[in-house]
Design a protein around this ligand. Sequence first.
Ligand code: LLP
Length: 409
Amino acid sequence: MNTVYTDLAARFGTPLYVYDRQALDAAIDNYFNAFSGSRALICYAVKANGNLSILKHFAARGCGFDIVSGGELARVLAAGGDPAKTVFSGVGKSADEIRFALQNKIKCFNVESLPELERINALAAETGCRAPVSLRINPDVDAQTHPYISTGLKDNKFGIAMADAEAAYRRAAELPHVDVLGMDCHIGSQLIDLSPMVEACERLLALLDRLAAQGIVLQHLDLGGGIGIVYDPKQDAEPDIAAYAAAVRRLLDGRGLELILEPGRSLVGNAGVLLTRVEYVKRGENKDFVITDAAMNDLLRPALYDAYHHISNVSAEREAFVADIVGPVCETGDFLAQNRLIGAQAGDLLAVHGAGAYAASMASNYNSRPRAAEVLLCGGEAKLIRRRETLDNILADEKACLSGISACH
Ligand code: LLP
């Protein structure tokens, strides 16, 4: 029995996300060690887990941030992160978001298309400044990951095609209100074999050389995020960050380029669990169900990607049976695991592992379920870093509009 988890569940209720600061530090140290002595900036991808206390911790550890919306920039600023170490990715940056980022003097816009480049130039002109830009190049390598999280192939919506890249850089170099600083890519997420990332780096460097020959000299190379984590301790291999770092460092040797990385999942994923209580065990004719108080609104990954999350019983070891572990949401797709061997009975506390990344950040209020609380373990101390949402929180914005409705028939 894990008494820490039992105590936390008793104190804060379930479902509950629990993160471990020591594990966050170990993950960031892993990157720092692999790239020590090189000019590398680790820009944590906020989308993986944007909790302000986690951002504050990464900022204190010297990280920058990778953001994809004005909302994420607001999070970085609220957490005391440095906008000068923040890069802005994403295919659909709105004018307001670009203005907000310009006002806050972010490090770089990772530009995904020519129309976006023109918009940034026009808005920088309006503000009387020059916008720092990098072009996101689609290197057309297969990341060999789930199709929904693969982003570096020709058919993806992301980035500028390699064939159009030189013309795009020439256009960028002509624009009076942008500074063309870098080149970036992000080929996909949850990569276990990192060789596609090394291949992407090689392709980008070849392009960088062709540009230099045309007088367009860049200062940084941003290789995105994407390094995977072990979700299934029985099956998954651990990606070798040190070997990846060594390969990239060899490729960058003597070039004087600043290296930027945008890891998300690999910094937080295995630093978190989702604690959930078993409500019922339902024995069916063909199937058994373990029904928990956490659902797809708390952890969407199994429903959306058929993702595997290891689930353990925190309360007791019991005789195992095969069951679907499901939540209370009214959707057949609402499962945390399917056909899983698990020993559990009503009242048991379960831990869903690998829930530090893309769990709380993808949570919703579907079925009017308040979002769960988040706790950060700091040594022996448990700190609440997000209060459990209340029904009042959920209803407030609609209640505020209710009185206007009485006149409509
Ligand atoms: N940079 C860019 C431009 C990205 O699009 C992403 C993730 C990252 C960095 C961080 O990637 P990471 O190191 O976390 O793999 N919801 C999905 C993952 C979507 C990832 C989207 N982009 C999941 O739960 O698996």
